[in-house]
Design a protein around this ligand. Structure first.
Ligand code: 13P
Ligand code: SF4
Length: 366
């Protein structure tokens, strides 16, 4: 009974009409096998959520989605659990069950402050590890332990050890999209919301900046500090091309284009603004562009559009398969069966925490 968000996104973005119909039928079949039912109580208790997200979900799917939302919200209270969700989660998770939402930096900060005994991270593995490192006495769960990240997979702790030998004395700045082992070998972490600020805070001429090659190039374009980079790439953002941006500009005159700094440099150059997912949220809220294209993961536009109904979002987006492997059914499974707990060696937690704490102390850049 997997309520797979993949179907949801395939329906809306990537397929022709026949595939859409087949996928919708498959989705309904999967939900119909579930034990949960759309009772009057469920309908009443989820009506506020439905009104908020109804434009992102076909009417026919709601009776199968609502019982999951209802059950998750009931169980998380009973089990003293808080649900954190990244901006790339689907509206049904982002608005339906999450207590705290945000970019990678916000999730790291919030994870260090939660009061509840249990944390469910609706995001990817490195985010759940970061939460565990910041709250080692809490139980942290990731609804799908296979939810990885191409950037985090591109580098190991041993790679950092080797790089430090090759560049003695050069501080290591690691993107938060890395494993706990990498963070344990890191001087200070950063996210795309503060990468330049973190690099400049060190007051040095040269840094090792890992693992995202494109983020490293973006930072290098904004600072005089010499950046030694690695060859990691985000499999979602590297797919956007300058040609795609040029075509969009031709088809939508006056279009505002906002790129994530994990995009290739030529895509960032062709855009009007570059920023983290939170920067994107704030840009749209403050500037209210008429037509906007967010050069990033698909759920960003859906989630921001709900709060900004007057803005028109152009959506040829790319899906992160790792983010989309989190679903209402595996969140419920986590809550019911205490499945998929994140466990990290205490020694690694101790060595990794300093690099995240330093990042949090530096804070966001404008
Ligand atoms: P931010 O939310 O920090 O911009 O991160 C984007 C990302 O790719 C997370 O996986
Ligand atoms: Fe990793 Fe890219 Fe997916 Fe973010 S969007 S989790 S950086 S693969």
């Amino acid at each position: 009974m997997a309520a797979n968000n993949g179907f949801y996104y395939i329906n809306r973005y990537k397929c022709d009409n026949n595939t859409v119909t087949i996928n919708s039928i498959l989705l309904l079949f999967i939900f119909m096998n579930a034990q949960l039912s759309f009772t009057d109580e469920v309908k009443t208790n989820t009506s506020v959520i439905y009104n908020k997200i109804k434009n992102t979900i076909p009417d026919i799917e709601w009776p199968f989605i609502a019982p999951y939302i209802h059950e998750i919200n009931k169980l998380k209270k009973q089990t003293n659990t808080v649900i954190l969700a990244h901006n790339y989660q689907t509206p049904q998770i982002f608005y339906g069950v999450a207590d705290i939402v945000g970019d990678s930096l916000a999730l790291a900060i919030e994870a260090s402050k939660v009061k509840e005994d249990n944390i469910i991270m609706c995001g990817v593995h490195f985010m759940a590890e970061t939460a565990k490192i910041m709250s080692p006495n809490k139980k942290v769960y990731l609804p799908n332990l296979k939810a990885g990240c191409s950037l985090a997979a591109s580098i190991t702790g041993q790679d950092i050890v080797n790089l430090k030998k090759k560049h003695p004395g050069v501080p290591v700045v690691s993107y938060v999209n890395t494993s706990a082992d990498v963070k344990a070998e890191t001087d200070v972490c950063c996210t795309s919301a503060n990468a330049v600020k973190v690099v400049e805070s060190l007051g040095v001429d040269k840094v090792l900046f890992l693992p995202d090659e494109y983020l490293a190039k973006y930072v290098a374009s904004k600072t005089k500090v010499e950046i030694i980079s690695w060859h990691g790439k985000c499999e979602v953002h590297e797919k956007f091309s300058e040609k795609e941006i040029a075509e969009l500009r031709k088809n939508y005159p006056g279009l505002t284009i906002i790129a994530h700094p994990e995009c290739p440099p030529e895509v960032i150059k062709a855009s009007d603004f570059a920023g983290s997912t939170s920067h994107m949220v704030n840009y749209v809220k403050d500037k209210k562009p008429k037509n906007v294209f967010l050069v990033t993961e698909c759920s960003m536009s859906d989630n921001i559009q709900i709060e900004n109904p007057d803005v028109n979002f152009i959506k040829p987006c790319n899906i992160c398969p790792h983010m989309k492997s989190i679903s209402l059914s595996n969140i419920l499974d986590c809550l019911q069966n205490k499945k998929n707990e994140i466990l990290i060696d205490n020694n690694i937690i101790e060595r990794a925490r300093g690099s995240i704490e330093k990042m949090i102390a530096i804070g966001r850049q404008d």
